[in-house]
Design a protein around this ligand. Structure first.
Ligand code: SAH
Ligand code: SF4
Ligand code: F3S
Length: 480
């Protein structure tokens, strides 16, 4: 099909987001014509790997595709398939290659299918080379800095036969004013900053997401106001290190001050944020969390290791003692706060003594939950070149011990609300039990209780009648 024959009576605008709306319209005409020809709708599937930031980008990608007239599908055998990739650990990459193998067989049966890849993995040159050489059936590749360009790139891809590749090394402009399709109507992520400057020695994120850039507070607040008007009750402020938010703005603003401004927005009832780096966590933030009831009593405070020696090699810029002191100060100021964390096992040179320090912090802090990861060597990071990589069997054995300790504590800590009445934001009807709905507490724990679809998106009081280890069964309280 010759898309240029489609009658849009002007040249593509140079300014964003007008330019992307122009290409959305162009693609929409293609989708319409193709579905008429085939006598069925065209389907698109976006599959997300990785963190909340990728999940949020995927909502924007879905919004653009919907606007073009694609119908959303979960099925990877769709007319347009897009993988939003992650590269933080090697297993994230391997999953993508595995899926691509599967897509190859589908595309053989449906040669009109278009396959696209975007996200963090695509910012690595070696990955692009491998895809060019071993997966030539991929049609479109773009990166983390030009997610907003999907419409233009898809249009290029439809009008060319060869693979379209567009990767930017950095991204000063982030075009946010484009359609988005939220997974939940009542909660949403909101980017407050992009990139990371911390260069933890094991981590690839700063290389694939670029330097730290904070959005202007006004822009963030108007986005949240619009979300609130659209029925959003819970927002999650997103950044790799939200505690350093605003430091590089012309008129610096602290994260705590941004948080207080978000609290003022009518309709927003719950505010979460991810992720906090312990080195930048201020007293002002602790006080804000303590004083603002809309801010969830939950703090994700990645530890990574309990050994000061390893923390130093990781370039984390705090010691075991400083971390413990900080965690203690937070728990004292905000009783009942849920602390959660990330821990890496098997960083190069980690000894049994170092690992024992990690177990010690876990035992002392008593996290509500912890994500535990086996160290993964990422090419190009300083840690990849370190000697003394720990043998796999040793890492695995430590990992199992850590998991055991984390779960033991977590099952005790999480259940401390048994018997109390708590606010729950209802997310969905329960898949397993008819007549039940599922929702989340302020600290993100799941609660299942009798109710129907009319409760979805509402904040209700629920008495937590049964503690099940990592979730609760409850009953709606009278005064909801
Ligand atoms: N910016 C966030 C984390 C982003 S990555 C922060 O600093 O907390 C999420 C988690 O993945 C990290 O906290 C870390 O625990 C883990 N991670 C990052 N690089 C890793 C690697 N090379 N191997 C194993 N785990 C890693
Ligand atoms: Fe990675 Fe460290 Fe930045 Fe988190 S703070 S994204 S772990 S470099
Ligand atoms: Fe992965 Fe990129 Fe997030 S590497 S963890 S998707 S920032």
């Amino acid at each position: 099909m010759n898309l240029d024959k489609i009658d849009i009576p002007f040249e593509p605008p140079l300014k964003e987001p007008a330019r992307q709306y122009y290409f959305i319209e162009k693609c929409a005409q293609y989708v319409k014509a193709e579905s008429e020809r085939l006598g069925r709708p065209l389907f698109s599937a976006v599959k997300t790997f990785g963190c909340q930031m990728n999940a949020h980008d995927s909502e924007r990608l879905r919004g653009i595709l919907l606007q073009m007239g694609f119908e959303e599908s979960e099925n990877e055998a769709s007319d347009f398939v897009l993988y939003n990739t992650c590269t933080v650990r090697d297993n994230a990459n391997q999953k993508v290659y595995g899926h691509l193998g599967y897509l190859k067989t589908i595309k053989k049966k449906n040669p009109h299918m278009k396959i696209a890849l975007c996200g963090c993995m695509m910012q690595e040159k070696a990955v692009i080379e491998r895809i060019k050489n071993s997966y030539p059936f991929v049609d479109l590749i773009f990166g983390t800095h030009n997610v907003f360009k999907l419409a233009e790139l898809l249009y290029n891809c439809l009008t060319k036969d060869s693979m379209v590749i567009d990767i930017w090394d950095s991204g000063d402009i982030a075009v946010e004013a484009l359609p988005s399709k939220r997974k939940y109507s009542f909660k949403s992520g909101v980017n407050i900053m992009y990139g990371c400057n911390n260069f933890c020695s094991y981590c690839i994120v700063p290389y694939v997401r670029g330097r730290e850039r904070s959005r202007m507070p006004g822009e963030i607040l108007s986005e949240i106001e619009a979300l609130a008007c659209d029925g959003v009750k819970e927002v999650m402020l997103l950044g790799q290190n939200v505690n350093s938010y605003g430091k590089t703005l012309k008129e610096p603003v602290s994260f705590a001050s941004l948080l207080r401004q978000v609290c003022q927005i009518p309709g927003v009832e719950r505010i979460r944020f991810m992720t906090s780096h312990p080195k930048d966590l201020s007293d002002e933030l602790i006080e804000t969390m303590r004083d603002c009831p809309k801010v969830c009593r939950h703090l994700h405070l990645p530890l990574q290791s309990g050994s000061s020696r390893i923390l130093n090699l990781m370039n984390r810029r705090y010691t075991k003692e400083q971390y413990l002191e900080l965690a203690g100060r937070i728990q004292k100021a905000i009783p009942n706060i849920s602390l959660t964390t990330d821990i890496i096992v098997g960083f190069p040179g980690e000894t049994e003594e170092d690992f024992a320090e990690t177990l010690d912090v876990v035992t002392r802090v008593r996290y509500d939950s912890a994500f535990t990861f086996i160290y993964s060597k990422r090419t190009g990071t300083p840690a990849a070149a370190m000697e003394n990589q720990v043998p796999e069997a040793v890492v695995k054995e430590r990992f199992d011990r850590l998991l055991c300790q984390v779960q033991k504590i977590s099952s005790q800590v999480c259940m401390r609300y048994a018997g109390t009445v708590q606010k729950v934001l209802v997310e969905c009807e329960n898949d397993h039990q008819i007549g039940y709905v599922s929702g989340r507490l302020d600290n993100n724990l799941l609660v299942h209780f009798p109710g129907d679809a009319s409760l979805v998106g509402k904040l209700v009081n629920v008495k937590l009648t049964e503690a099940k280890g990592f979730y609760y069964i409850g009953k709606m309280a009278e005064n909801s």
